[in-house]
Each structure stands twice: as C-alpha cells, then as structure tokens.
Write a protein that binds this ligand. Structure first.
Ligand SMILES: Cc1cc2nc3c(=O)[nH]c(=O)nc-3n(C[C@H](O)[C@H](O)[C@H](O)COP(=O)(O)O)c2cc1C
Length: 209
C-alpha cells in the first residue's frame, strides 16, 4: 500500500478482535516511534508498552471501559516527564557526546540554550511542552502502525491519575499524556468499520500564502 492508501485504510478502531500482533511488527512500530523528532531532541517522555493482559484489564476502567484496551494486543502509553531540569539536559548532552564521539564541553552552547529556554518556562509550561512532544510520538506510532497494517486507536479518553497509579508512573517522574491501542479491527462488530473518513475540505483546511 502507498503511504496515502495506508492512511486512508486506518481509522480509530472501537472494536478489536483479540488477535495478537506479531512481535516484529510491534517492534517496528516502537522503533518508528523512537525515531520521532522532539524539541531540542530531548525526548521528554517514556514509551510504556503494555502487552500483559492482567495489566490491561486493570487499565480498562481508567480508560472509561473503552473495549479496545483489552480487545487489542498492546496499549502504549506516552508518559511525559513531570519536570525538566539541568540534570535531564546534562544527561542528554552525555548521550549526544557518546553517540557522536565529541567532547561534552563542545555542547555547552547547546545545553545553555536548552537550559535558558526552560528557565523561561513555568513548571506547568514545561509539562505542557513535554506533553506536546509525546503527542508527536503518538503521530509517528499511528503512521507506523498503518504502514504495518496494524490497527491503532489513539486515546486521550482516560483518567491520567488512575493510569499513573496502575503503571507506577509517578515514582518514575512521569505522567500519562496520551495513549494508543494496537491490534486488529473486528470489522463485523465495529460500527465505524467502513465509515467514510471525515476531514475538513482542503480548501477550508489548507491556507496557501
Ligand atoms: C489525541 C487523540 C485522542 C483520541 N482519543 C480517543 C479516545 O479516547 N477514544 C477513541 O475511541 N478515539 C479517540 N480518538 C480518535 C478520534 O476520534 C479519531 O482519530 C478522529 O475522529 C478521526 O477519525 P479516524 O482516526 O478514524 O480517521 C483520539 C484521537 C486523537 C488524535
């Protein structure tokens, strides 16, 4: 399928059929998600992959009983950092230095710019910024899933505090920002299967200047 055909094929599935996704496909989707860009490249989130059935059953009420959480094969929660401090930025500089084989001191201007940017943000603004980066990763996961012909339901319909509690996110300095369930559509029992895609018309949506 072409990229556009894959994107027309995908939809936010409401009813999945319980079939497990092959491990290689799940790994490909996760790796594509890991390759998502982020502001400064900081990647201020973790990708929590929940395949375990018991854990997904626990998550079900926190997701307002959205059936795909248990009828799918995996739930991925994008868990953003609660705080962004000099410590996380210094760790990131170490990662760049190691990957690119440069001395960490050569990155002082870059780390100074990042630190400066966050000094100008309130903790709430930094949290919103981290959430935005997590949403971008969600977008990559959705496109990758479609390319792999795996169904995916993006989800922000959940109680973040309950999800954080079940997955132990607070202790990791994280909070649930957005999620996606991966699996296979149960076309016969999904009222949205086969429904025409509704998008704003190009002439309304796209403004060319
Ligand atoms: C960030 C985000 C959160 C969403 N949350 C939910 C959700 O909790 N449950 C659900 O069934 N669909 C959810 N959706 C699916 C949207 O309703 C759906 O993507 C939109 O109506 C467009 O339809 P399509 O994805 O089927 O093409 C969400 C979509 C996005 C992008």
């Amino acid at each position: 399928m072409s990229l556009l055909d894959s994107l027309k094929w995908r939809y936010a599935v409401k009813k999945m059929n319980g079939t497990k996704i092959p491990a290689e496909k799940l790994d490909t989707i996760i790796e594509a998600t890991r390759l998502a860009p982020s502001g400064f490249g900081l990647t201020p989130y973790s990708i929590i992959v929940v395949e375990d059935e018991e854990t997904r059953k626990k998550l079900l009420p926190a997701f307002y009983n959205q059936a795909q959480v248990v009828d799918g094969s995996a739930v991925i929660v994008f868990a953003a950092w609660n705080t962004i401090s000099e410590k996380e930025i210094a760790e990131y500089m170490q990662e760049i230095a190691a990957e690119r084989g440069v001395a960490v001191d050569t990155l002082n201007d870059f780390s100074g710019a990042i630190n400066g940017s966050f000094k100008n943000k309130t903790p709430e603004q930094a949290r919103v910024w981290a959430d935005k980066q997590a949403y971008l990763a969600l977008g990559f996961a959705l496109v990758a899933a479609a390319a792999e012909e795996i169904d995916a339901t993006p989800m922000e319909g959940f109680k973040p505090d309950a999800v954080d509690e079940i997955l132990g996110l607070t202790a990791l300095g994280l909070h649930s920002a957005v999620a996606v369930t991966l699996g296979y559509r149960d076309a016969a029992n999904d009222y949205l299967s086969g429904a025409k895609k509704v998008r704003r018309a190009p002439e309304k949506l796209i403004i060319r200047k």
